[in-house]
Design a protein. Structure first.
Length: 258
C-alpha cells in the first residue's frame, strides 16, 4: 500500500562488494536517497555513490537500532538501508519489515535484490550450483547449533549441493570442522568442494578447489569472508588451461547428444 507520507524506505542488497556488481535499480535508489543507513563495512564498499546524502554509519551487533532508525526516518524522508549480498539472504530485509510491522508505521517500503555470496562464489568456481541446492549458515548466534546440525544432515542425505555461509569466526572456530564432519557421514569423500573468499571483490578474491576428504586441510584459511560449496556425487572438476572449475551436470547428458 502506498504511504500517504512523502517518505520511502529502500532495503537494498548491494551484492558482493563492488558498485559494478550492483543492479541499476539499487544504484539509482542510493543516489536518490536523502539518508543512507548501513554497516560501516558495506558503506565503505559503495562510497563512490555517497555524495550529498546524510550517512548513518552502524556496526555489527547494532542491527535492531539500525532498523529502528531507518524506519523512523523513512516516515518523512527517502532512506536507503544497505545490506551485503541480497537483503533477504541473512540480510536486513526481515528485521526492517518486522520493526515496521511491530511499530505499525505507515512507511512505503521497497526491497531491491542483490547478487548473493552463493551466486558470486559459484561464478568464480564455474558451474557448481546448476541443480538443487541448500544454503546453511554456520553462525549459531541466532540459530541453535542443534538445529544447524539437523539442517546439515538433512541437506546431505538429500544430496543437495550445500553452500556454507559464516563458517568461522574468532568466537566459533570449530563450527566449520563440525559441519564438514556431518556432511562427510552422508557424502562421498571424492565430492568436489569450492572455497571462495571475497568473491568478486577484485584483487582480494581468492579461491580453492579440492575434495570433501581434503577440505579440512584449508581449515586455517577459512574465515567469515569465505563461502564453501560442497557439491554432489555427480559433480566433477574440470581443469581448463590450468584453471580448476567445478561442473554439476543439469541432466541434459541423459537426453541429448553433445
Amino acid at each position: 500500500m502506498q504511504s500517504q507520507n512523502k517518505g520511502k524506505l529502500y532495503i537494498i542488497g548491494i551484492g558482493p562488494g563492488s558498485v559494478e556488481q550492483m543492479t541499476v535499480a539499487a544504484r539509482d535508489a542510493i543516489l536518490n536517497s536523502e539518508y543512507v543507513v548501513g554497516n560501516g563495512t558495506y558503506l565503505d564498499q559503495i562510497k563512490s555513490l555517497l555524495d550529498g546524502q546524510e550517512i548513518i554509519r552502524s556496526y555489527m551487533g547494532k542491527e535492531v537500532d539500525r532498523a529502528k532508525k531507518a524506519v523512523k526516518l523513512a516516515t518523512e524522508n527517502v532512506v536507503a538501508m544497505v545490506s551485503g549480498g541480497d537483503a533477504n539472504v541473512y540480510g536486513m530485509a526481515g528485521l526492517v519489515l518486522e520493526v515496521a510491522e511491530h511499530q505499525d508505521l505507515d512507511v512505503d517500503i521497497e526491497v531491491l535484490p542483490g547478487v548473493t555470496a552463493i551466486t558470486a562464489g559459484a561464478s568464480v568456481l564455474g558451474a557448481p550450483i546448476v541443480n538443487d541446492f541448500a544454503v546453511i549458515s554456520l553462525s549459531d548466534l541466532l540459530t541453535p547449533w542443534e538445529l544447524i546440525e539437523k539442517r546439515l544432515k538433512a541437506a546431505s542425505e538429500a544430496d543437495f549441493i550445500i553452500a556454507l555461509y559464516n563458517p568461522k569466526s574468532r568466537q566459533r572456530n570449530s563450527n566449520f570442522r563440525k559441519a564438514i564432519e556431518i556432511i562427510s557421514q552422508h557424502r562421498d569423500g571424492s565430492a568436489p568442494v569450492g572455497l571462495v573468499k571475497n568473491a568478486l571483490r577484485g584483487d582480494s578474491q581468492e579461491y580453492k578447489v579440492t575434495r570433501l576428504r581434503d577440505v579440512l586441510d584449508y581449515d586455517e584459511w577459512v574465515d567469515m569472508r569465505t563461502m564453501i560449496l560442497v557439491s554432489t556425487k555427480n559433480s566433477r572438476i574440470w581443469n581448463q588451461r590450468g584453471i580448476e572449475r567445478i561442473i554439476t551436470p543439469r541432466g541434459y547428458q541423459n537426453k541429448y547428444d553433445y
